[in-house]
Design a protein around this ligand. Structure first.
Ligand code: FAD
Length: 472
């Protein structure tokens, strides 16, 4: 009698290195059938993350073939698709790595309950985070609402060693049929931006590991000081790979920790940033409403502006505020935005333009190849002032002084705003090819005047806060 196989349901964990569910599955000695399901939750991804996911799936499928396995692609609601595959293959059950956003949790709980009710094995495993969100508790047994105590709580906490990828995966005797990745057209909504952003992505496990190595071999030493300067290549770039699970956080943590022990100056700061990601998941797990509602309910009284011309100029990188526009254009050209840029554009939209943070959040969700439900929600609510551990309401970044401080030589502005140079570079020009033609933008246009007076915008926001009695 042949041993019944197990289905491995991959989602945002497209790797073989350090994947707890894979370690558990291998320990059963069963043949393994890796599966990716294009369900409604996955279909709902924004244009750029969906396109990037398609690249990730392609790279992962090739990786599996090299390991003597395959990736079976199926489209449909997760539960019936998995049930059909169980019926076709005689599988003993399904394993997967946990996700923590509200929609995935709801889906996964239902899948687990139904499969178990059928007498099948249905197991979820860690893998996306260093610490499962419910395992980190305050002294009184609650969850953390502020980052620094959270960091202190996890800094010395043991993190299990990363487990190396297996050389091969045990294959079933017969493979179930797979749909074709191209037929899914995951990049359809990217239109002409895809060819441009493609120059900047680094897809798959091997590139993710090289990225980590490259960062720890060099930039980490200056990371603490240089990470705020958007023209400097000072950060790891790993958010893109973490978003699809092409590298695991434990691998990064241990490599960063080893660098710290070797005396690399910025390594501890790098670990702290990785823990910001953890913290965002901790918050999303304990307060899922962070993704949709003001985390501080008193902010519901704030007169947020809806979508309209102001938000549209912001989206188009045509506010006339060079730091804001450079950062927005960076996003269309590279699929990413420097962290300092994210803070500036979010502060500008929510404070100077008083626009609802959810409009910015949704736009990032559509445009970032490193889109992450927890980090994005936390980042936006932090910038708006409505979130946990947020910037105090009166802290309104002034993009003009920020740009002098962090882009004094104008390298970043010139890199992405063609209108500011006599001889615009390739990336500045690529912006006009990346954005929709319907925006009607061209490099020959004049750079616009600032759409709001910064001092007036600031006063207007401060008055609105004061009128509503909002506190820091
Ligand atoms: P590095 O500086 O090399 O940091 C290493 C890792 O630490 C990152 O890969 C990331 O996983 C984590 N990290 C660093 N800074 C933060 C942070 N502030 N919050 C949470 N995790 C952090 N990050 C995303 O991954 N996806 C998003 O959708 C996202 N949206 C954001 C929206 C706003 C408004 C703001 C202010 C921040 C957002 N961030 C988001 C956080 C941060 O900007 C990015 O994680 C960072 O720029 C990624 O670049 P890197 O990988 O080179 O980071």
């Amino acid at each position: 009698m042949t041993t019944a196989p197990l289905l491995l349901w991959f989602r945002r964990d497209l790797r073989l290195d350090d994947l707890p569910m894979l370690t558990a599955a291998l320990a059963t000695g069963r043949p393994l059938i890796p599966v990716f399901v294009l369900d409604a939750e996955t279909e709902a991804l924004g244009a750029a993350p969906k396109w990037r996911l398609g690249l990730g799936i392609g790279a992962f499928a090739a990786r599996l073939v090299a390991a003597g396995s395959r990736l079976v692609l199926r489209r449909g609601a997760a539960l019936p698709v998995l049930q059909a595959l169980v019926a076709e293959t005689g599988a003993a059950g399904v394993m997967w790595s946990r996700l923590y956003d509200p929609a995935s949790r709801k889906r996964d709980e239902a899948v687990k309950a139904e499969l178990r009710a059928q007498g099948l094995l249905a197991e979820s495993h860690a893998g996306h985070l260093l610490h499962e969100p419910w395992t980190v508790e305050t002294g009184t047994g609650g969850f953390y609402r502020v980052y620094t105590p959270y960091w202190k709580a996890v800094r010395g906490r043991p993190v299990a060693e990363a487990v190396a990828a297996p050389a091969a995966l045990p294959a079933p005797e017969v493979w179930p049929a797979s749909e074709a990745l191209e037929a899914w057209r995951l990049g359809a909504a990217m239109n002409r931006g895809a060819a441009i952003v493609a120059r900047h992505v680094q897809v798959g496990e091997a590139p993710a590991l090289s990225r980590l190595q490259r960062f720890l071999d060099g930039p980490v030493k200056e990371y603490r000081e240089a990470r705020d300067f958007p023209a400097v290549d000072a950060c790891s770039g790993l958010s893109e790979n973490l978003a699809y699970g092409e590298i695991g956080p434990r691998r990064i943590w241990h490599a960063g920790w080893a660098a710290m022990e070797r005396g690399a100056a910025g390594a501890e700061h790098f670990l702290k940033e990785l823990v910001w990601r953890e913290f965002s998941y901790h918050l999303m797990f304990h307060t899922p409403e962070i993704t949709t509602r003001n985390w501080k309910p008193e902010w519901d009284a704030f007169p947020w502006q809806g979508d309209g011309e102001a938000a549209e100029r912001w989206r188009r990188g045509m506010t006339g505020e060079p730091f804001v526009d450079a950062a927005m254009r960076e996003m269309y050209v590279t699929g990413r935005m420097h962290n300092r840029g994210r803070m500036i554009v979010a502060s500008y939209l929510t404070k100077h333009l008083m626009t609802d943070w959810r409009i910015g959040q949704a736009w990032f969700e559509d445009c970032l190849v490193d889109w992450d439900p927890a980090a994005n929600a936390m980042g936006w609510q932090w910038a708006a002032g409505s979130g946990p551990d947020a910037a105090p309401y009166f802290r309104i970044f002034n993009p003009a002084t920020q740009v002098e401080k962090f882009d004094g030589g104008a390298a970043y502005r010139k890199r992405f705003i063609a209108e500011l140079s006599r001889q615009a570079g390739a990336e500045a020009l690529a912006f006009f090819d990346a954005v929709p033609r319907s925006w009607g933008l061209s490099a020959a246009q004049r750079y616009p005047m600032p759409m709001v007076d910064l001092a007036e915008g600031r006063e207007r926001a401060l008055a609105a806060y004061a009128n509503r009695g909002l506190q820091a």
